[in-house]
Ligand binder design. Structure first.
Ligand code: AMP
Length: 422
């Protein structure tokens, strides 16, 4: 029997979880500032939901983890978060809420991809969806929020690329222009690209194929193919970002992976990440909710991958916020352990992290362990302390030790930490 870790997944061990908490907490804090509220949807949904929103030509469709349950239902582990949130919006009549719905989610996503650095089969995303407003302010707001989030995490060399793929009416015009432009070179392109040319020429724009890229280099500005309304929308988003000094770059070849995007699309990339350089992607999707059976509800959102973000934090040597101090309590003999439990509980009431090792009773093994655990203080309680009603407190960073009256424990740590006993 093979109990090894499934390919493309990973265990997230306690040291690593500190990074996850940092990212998740910072994201929640930023989303809260913009009044976005959390939504939690199931990890599996009906396969049809994703089949409906992800087009046949999309690779994500081939990568889905689908299964039939005992009741013969076709289900899929969610490959992305937007379709489930849109489904939840419809299921729960969130269109009746007083303001448009500003939601965020986080959790695992599943895609049967070829694993490599920064690419997993189970990965985690945090995403936001601003549902019910077609105002360009909403596009700009989510882009601004993503920028604020990545800056708050301390990231450097971050760039926002932005483009517009226009509305339903612009799309055929844009596609026709791409086709017209590439028609004479079509026979030089791979079969796969010729397929794209036929079914989804827009997707050719962000292809990594070098021959295609050289053909595309002279492509006229696609903004010209947008309707006046789409142009106005896009220009408004841009002027808002300018107004707030958000660094962005217009990237005419930017199109998003999934087909449901309309109007603004954007991507946050880091030049430090190598091949998988995209940290966050998003855009407007005005037709998705209607396609899923809801009423016409314009929306805009983004999602980012936590694993890739953490890779970047490490690469940029961004240190985590200081951990709360850890106090290690050392009983020098089994007969002193009960008293140590009291001391520990008292310090926990003060809000301190406290640990005791019940298997060690001599000073040397306590000191070794406390240092390995990177504790800040060690409280020593043995025969002398018991007889004199004192406690010995060792500052493990400064390597200084002092003796205090046992009754002074709480005021001593209150003045050290600024915490208050509750
Ligand atoms: P997407 O949903 O494909 O637009 O991806 C949004 C973000 O999720 C990307 O920018 C990545 O950070 C992350 N991501 C997508 N696929 C994977 C994967 N297989 N493994 C790790 N992160 C991923």
């Amino acid at each position: 029997m093979d109990y090894s870790l499934p390919r493309g997944t990973q265990d997230i061990l306690p040291d690593e979880v500190d990074y996850w908490n940092f990212v998740e907490k910072t994201a929640k804090k930023i989303f809260d500032l913009y009044n976005f509220n959390e939504i939690r949807t199931p990890i599996f949904e009906s396969s049809q939901l994703f089949n409906r929103v992800i087009s046949e030509s999309d690779i994500v469709k081939k990568e889905m983890y689908t299964f039939t349950d005992i009741g013969n239902r076709d289900l899929a582990l969610r490959p992305e978060g937007t379709a489930p949130v849109a489904r939840a919006f419809i299921t729960n009549n969130l269109n009746r809420s007083p303001q448009h719905s500003k939601l965020f989610y986080q959790g695992p996503m599943f895609r049967y991809e070829r694993p490599q650095a920064g690419r997993y089969r189970q990965f985690h995303q945090i995403g936001v969806e601003s549902i019910g407003s077609d105002h360009p302010f909403s596009d700009a707001e989510v882009i601004t929020m993503s920028y604020r989030l990545f800056s708050s995490l301390g990231l450097k060399n971050i760039k926002i690329y932005i483009n517009s793929v226009g509305s339903d009416t612009c799309r055929p015009v844009i596609e026709a222009r791409i086709k017209q432009f590439l028609a004479s070179n079509l026979s030089q392109l791979s079969e796969n690209l010729q397929e794209k040319f036929k079914h989804n020429p827009l997707k050719m724009l962000d292809s990594k194929d070098e021959t295609l890229q050289t053909y595309l280099s002279g492509l006229p500005d696609m903004r010209e193919a947008l309707s006046q309304q789409s142009k106005d929308h896009f220009n408004f988003v841009i002027s808002y970002l300018d107004h707030l000094n958000i660094p962005f770059e217009y990237k005419p070849t930017l199109v998003r992976g999934l087909d449901y995007y309309t109007e603004t699309v954007f991507e946050v990339v880091s030049e430090d990440l190598g091949a998988q350089n995209s940290i966050c992607g998003g855009g407007r999707y005005n037709n998705l909710i209607k396609n899923l059976g809801g009423s016409h509800t314009p929306a805009v959102g983004f999602a980012f991958g936590i694993e890739r973000l953490i890779m970047l934090l490490k690469k940029q040597n961004i240190s985590l916020p200081n951990q709360p101090i850890l106090v290690y309590i050392a009983a020098l003999g089994k007969e002193y352990q009960m008293e140590c439990i009291h001391i520990a509980e008292d310090l926990r009431n003060l809000g301190l992290r406290v640990t005791i090792d019940y298997n060690k009773i001599d000073f040397n093994s306590h000191i070794k362990l406390s240092q390995k655990m990177e504790a800040s203080y060690m409280i020593i309680f043995g025969e002398d302390e018991f007889d004199n009603k004192t406690l010995s407190i060792k500052d493990l960073h400064k390597r200084k030790q002092e003796s205090i009256p046992a009754s002074n424990l709480i005021p001593y740590f209150e003045s050290l930490t600024g915490l208050t006993y509750v």
